[in-house]
Design a protein around this ligand. Structure first.
Ligand SMILES: Nc1ncnc2c1ncn2[C@@H]1O[C@H](COP(=O)(O)OP(=O)(O)OP(=O)(O)O)[C@@H](O)[C@H]1O
Ligand SMILES: [Mg+2]
Length: 475
């Protein structure tokens, strides 16, 4: 056990017992462990300490002179939810022990206390506390790093990605990031590196699509002098440069088939050779690969080695499309408008109602990157601080005129429920009649109340429909 003291009162234990001799005994018994121990002889004194200086753990005697132990347990938990309690019962009383656990006690012990049992329980507590603290620290680190690296998201789909990242980060050696173009694969790779134990090491990017086949191997593994014509000097490759950190292989699907076997060796044993050099070398790198392609299909078409695929697909993080995370659209629009508003000296930049409706209808095939670039363009083009439909790049503003999109019945996760199809169809009709709800209800043969109910079914932030026909106003 290596409890780390010094972080608040994490490793402090309060012994609450009306018998000073019992406190002294527990202090003596626990003195070998790396914890600090204080004592309190009454319920009131216990609560005073909990209020002023909450410990990590209370060893609480069920029978205190001024208050019932179980009541004290409740009060401790209310005052300091982070404090754990191990209850000590004088006589064996299953009822109160069970009740204590039900009421949230960490554990219980019966008097006369077995010293071995007590030590075991304290060790179990410190170990669990350490795990909980590590998980908690990783969680706040994830929030902090995601924000500073710019991986925003609060949709259920992104929360799932964050949760998976958090579990993967301490342990992975190779990870695959997939998702359509512009969904944030590179940003995610950087966050994953920051969360990993090698965050202090380098983060080297190899864009596998940008290199001609002949140069690829040398770029990745390096070469020795005279290895081939033009190799005038010995050169280290990206693999070596990433030693002690992370190698990010972007567009992994584009790796030439001829190099895939060598890549597999690197993934399997962290071994490689510089071109022209027979000596195998070892590196200590985490490898993150990314692709927007479907590797499984490429395997079937014999364009990608199956064994390499299985090595990679083992730990996969899949980024959702932007249309499948409408909750994030609002967040991202706000984020980019704030950024570009500052950049172009147009503070308080907003979308007009019509522009908002357009942004929510448009399918964003280029995902976050397309949204970012478009809003950058809008921010530059708009005259005041209200962005209108005409300020969008033409390919997007025209989308309004072409009107309807095909209603999709599926998402990445599979087919959508009937209710959702119904909602999408109602939305489509509404869009086609420029948001005129009376007209839409008429076409659909339903009442306006039913129409509202259907539209209100998802948590999707609805922009004001009906705005397309009206003169635009600021949102
Ligand atoms: N969740 C997000 N929050 C904020 N910005 C994001 C987010 N996801 C992506 N971006 C921004 O979108 C742009 C594209 O992201 P990135 O390059 O990581 O995408 P990609 O998936 O690697 O795309 P491609 O497949 O085209 O290489 C970047 O400018 C990035 O900052
Ligand atoms: Mg990319």
């Amino acid at each position: 056990m290596h409890p780390r003291p010094g972080h608040g009162n994490r490793w402090e234990i309060l012994v609450a017992d009306d018998d000073p001799a019992a406190i002294a005994l527990l202090k003596a018994v626990l003195s070998g462990l790396d914890v600090t121990i204080t004592g309190a002889e009454t319920g009131a004194a216990t609560l005073e300490i909990i209020k002023s200086h909450p410990p990590g753990l209370v060893l609480l005697d069920l029978i205190m002179p001024d208050v019932r132990g179980l009541e004290l347990l409740d009060q401790i938990q209310q005052l300091s939810p982070e404090t754990d309690v191990i209850l000590i019962t004088a006589h064996y009383s299953t009822e109160s022990a069970v009740e204590a656990i039900q009421r949230g006690a960490f554990d219980y012990l019966t008097k006369p206390i077995s010293i071995d049992k007590l030590r075991q329980k304290i060790i179990a507590w410190t170990e669990q506390k350490q795990r909980r603290t590590a998980a908690h620290e990783l969680e706040s680190k994830l929030v902090e790093i995601s924000q500073c690296e710019g991986l925003l998201g609060m949709s259920p789909a992104m929360m799932e990605v964050f949760s998976r990242m958090q579990r993967i980060a301490p342990h992975y050696s190779t990870a695959l990031v997939t998702g359509e173009t512009g969904t944030g694969k590179e940003v995610l790779a950087r966050v994953l590196h920051q969360l990993s134990p090698v965050s202090e090491g380098p983060f080297m990017v190899c864009n596998c699509a940008a290199l001609p086949e002949t140069l690829f191997e040398s770029e990745l593994f390096g070469h020795i002098r005279g290895a081939y014509t033009g190799a005038v000097d010995t050169k280290k490759g990206l693999v070596e440069a990433a030693d002690g950190g992370t190698l990010f292989l972007d567009e992994i699907a584009e790796v030439p088939v001829s190099v895939q076997a060598k890549l597999l060796r690197l993934l399997q044993n962290r071994q490689f050779q510089r071109i022209g050099d027979p000596t195998p070398r070892k590196v200590n790198v985490r490898i993150i690969c990314a692709t927007h392609r479907n590797l499984r299909t490429m395997v079937d078409e014999r364009l990608f080695r199956e064994d390499l695929y299985y090595r990679l697909a083992h730990v996969e993080l899949r980024l959702p499309r932007l249309v499948d995370r409408q909750d994030d659209l609002r967040l991202l629009v706000h984020h980019f408008l704030t950024r570009f508003g500052d950049q172009f000296g147009k503070p308080g930049l907003v979308l007009s109602r019509a522009a908002k409706a357009l942004a929510w209808r448009y399918p964003w095939p280029g995902n976050v990157r397309e949204l970012e670039n478009s809003l950058n363009y809008c921010a530059m083009m708009c005259r005041g601080n209200v962005i209108d439909v005409e300020d969008f790049p033409e390919s997007i503003s025209r989308y309004k005129l072409e009107g309807s999109r095909a209603i999709t019945f599926s998402t990445d996760e599979g087919l959508v429920p009937l209710e959702e199809v119904e909602r999408r169809y109602v939305q489509e009709v509404l869009d086609r009649v420029q948001g005129n709800r009376t007209k839409a209800a008429e076409i659909l043969g339903i009442g306006r109340a039913t129409l509202y109910r259907i539209l209100g079914r998802t948590g999707r932030p609805e922009p004001e429909s009906g705005s397309l026909a009206k003169k635009s106003q600021p949102a």
